[in-house]
Design a binder for this molecule. Structure first.
Ligand code: PHE
Length: 529
């Protein structure tokens, strides 16, 4: 018999670990930029609504799936799936037929994917949702770790005074040379994986929880220091304006979908991370309050990140840009332009912040894979960590190598183009598009349908109610009216607009529809322009 499952020492441990997973590169280099570009304050508002009505309910689903089953994602779906599900069979057969149809259009790559997944669904039913989660975690970590390696490399460069550029062009050239220098990038990527593996090796309490309790406060302090520096520069207000002043004219349906898409990634949803972390919660904890805390922390840090970055960028007369370009090409030059000659210090603190955010996210992805191997294949934790991190690290090398060009990977390139007609971007981009545009929305959709219609909201609420009575039983209208404690208004036997009933409606109807629309838009089948 396997050892007893480890649990978090308490709510704080869980909340910090899960917030560590959620707060990652998405918050620091993606959110501020998409907010600034898509309507500033107006976007932030739309994003908050998406987080509240889609992100939070789905997170509650995942966490309760995990706690109920005390298993990894595959085990969780397996345990709660009915023996036969007509819906699963229907989806499976539809995929197989689509696969066969695609053969006639010579789309062999996609045909094989459809046949494979369809076949798996017919055979294993809803458990396939868990399998997809574990596979997504595996794939995302392989390239996330390459970027994690860059951030560590940039700490080293900053400390040793090698980031002393004052123009964007010089910084960009330095970044390009760095990224293409495999003698640096690959060992750093391995280093990043090693750090994640060492933490995961120590288990839930002594590894994940202990390190989250150290790293998350550090991240917060670093962020505050950088915000103070940025906001006190003359002209900082221009950055705040870019980031937060509402620009209603750029808001459209597209904006909402961007916000929705980002909500899944930033909250670490739809790939089993929250199911896995949820499976280490004991039954006394208040799931509802924990979920709210995680979501609030994630959102707060995203907004603070914008305040740490844009005021400095604008004050120093630089222009906004996005993603890796913003972080590696613009910021080093911004930091060095700040008067006082402490450019190296600001850069070091910033890249430390980024590394910490990446490590706590990376380790949650690794834990998904490890938990699967330990629960389902009964591997020892050590063996699971060593083997999975090695394989992921090797897959990551392909991403790392592919930044340069496809030159070094000609055969793979030809195969991909032939099979999937993917002819744009690097292998890294392909992985990113595959996971963010396809696997996450599909994962989110399956989780909400599964909890809403297969496992059932009733059983889910029963699970959530353990430790969080307020969730299921507080009458919402009474609460808003300030009559929460008035006995006649707080009748728990009738689920008339309690938080739980509201949640149920969202999970069954609103989330699936919203995610489907976002998905069709992302893959280009719906266009609002
Ligand atoms: N939420 C992380 C971020 O914002 C990314 C992530 C996704 C981490 C999924 C773990 C699981 O960067």
């Amino acid at each position: 018999m396997a050892e007893a499952r480890e649990h978090w020492s308490g709510s704080l441990g869980f909340v910090l670990a899960a917030a560590g997973s959620a707060i990652g590169l998405g918050n620091i280099w993606k959110f501020p930029y998409i907010a600034g570009e898509n309507g500033g304050g107006a976007f932030v508002l739309i994003y908050l609504i998406c987080i509240a009505i889609i992100g939070l309910p789905v997170m509650l689903c995942e966490i309760s799936l995990g706690r109920r089953t005390q298993r990894n994602p595959v085990g969780a779906f397996k345990m709660l799936s009915p023996v036969r599900s007509h819906l699963a069979n229907f989806i499976g057969f539809s995929m197989v037929f689509t696969g066969i149809a695609l053969m006639f259009f010579q789309e062999f790559g996609w045909a094989i994917v459809m046949l494979l997944i369809g076949g798996l669904i017919i055979k294993f039913g809803w458990t396939v949702a868990g399998i997809l989660g574990v596979v997504s975690a595996f794939v995302i970590l392989s390239y996330y770790s390459v970027i994690g390696g860059w951030t560590i490399g940039y700490i080293l460069k900053a400390i040793s005074g090698h980031l002393n550029y004052t123009t964007e062009t010089a910084a960009a050239k330095c970044f390009k040379d760095f990224m293409l220098n495999l003698n640096w990038v690959i060992p750093l990527h391995f280093g990043f994986m090693l750090l994640c593996a060492l933490i995961i090796l120590r288990g839930v309490r002594n590894g994940i929880e202990k390190w989250s309790k150290i790293l998350m406060p550090m991240l917060f302090v670093l962020l505050i220091v950088l915000i103070l520096r940025g906001l006190t520069l003359p002209g900082a207000i221009k950055g705040v304006r870019f980031f937060l002043s509402p620009k209603m004219e750029v808001i459209n349906a597209e904006t909402v979908l961007i916000a929705l898409g980002h909500a899944f990634f930033t909250l670490s949803l739809a790939m089993g991370a929250m199911i896995t972390y949820g499976s280490y919660i004991s039954r006394e904890q208040n799931l509802f309050m924990s979920t709210i805390s995680i979501v609030v922390l994630d959102t707060t840090i995203a907004i603070l990140a914008g305040l740490a970055i844009f005021p400095a960028v604008f004050a120093m007369g630089f222009k906004e840009s996005s993603g890796a370009g913003l972080v590696f090409n613009v910021l080093p030059a911004v930091f060095n332009s700040i008067p006082g000659g402490l450019g190296w210090l600001w850069a070091t603190l910033f890249f430390l912040l980024l590394s910490i955010a990446a490590i706590t996210s990376g380790m949650s992805l690794l834990e998904v894979v490890v938990a699967f191997l330990v629960d389902e294949l009964k591997w020892k934790r050590t063996k699971a960590v060593v083997i999975s991190s090695t394989v992921i690290a090797l897959l990551g090398v392909v991403s790392a190598v592919s930044f340069a060009s496809w030159d070094r990977l000609e055969i793979l390139h030809i195969a991909l183009v032939k099979a999937f007609h993917i002819n744009q971007g690097s292998f890294f981009d392909t992985m990113d598009v595959l996971t963010s545009n396809w696997m996450l929305p599909i994962g989110g959709l399956t989780i909400s349908i599964f909890v809403g219609w297969i496992w059932g909201t009733r059983k889910a609420v029963e699970e959530i109610r353990h430790g969080s009575h307020n969730f299921a039983d507080v009458h919402l209208i009474s609460l808003i009216a300030g009559l929460k404690d008035d006995p006649s208004h707080n009748n728990s036997r009738y689920h008339v607009l309690t938080l739980a009933s509201l949640w149920g409606i969202f999970i069954r109807f609103i989330t699936p529809v919203a995610v489907t629309i976002a998905f069709l838009h992302q893959i280009g089948w719906l266009n609002f322009k």
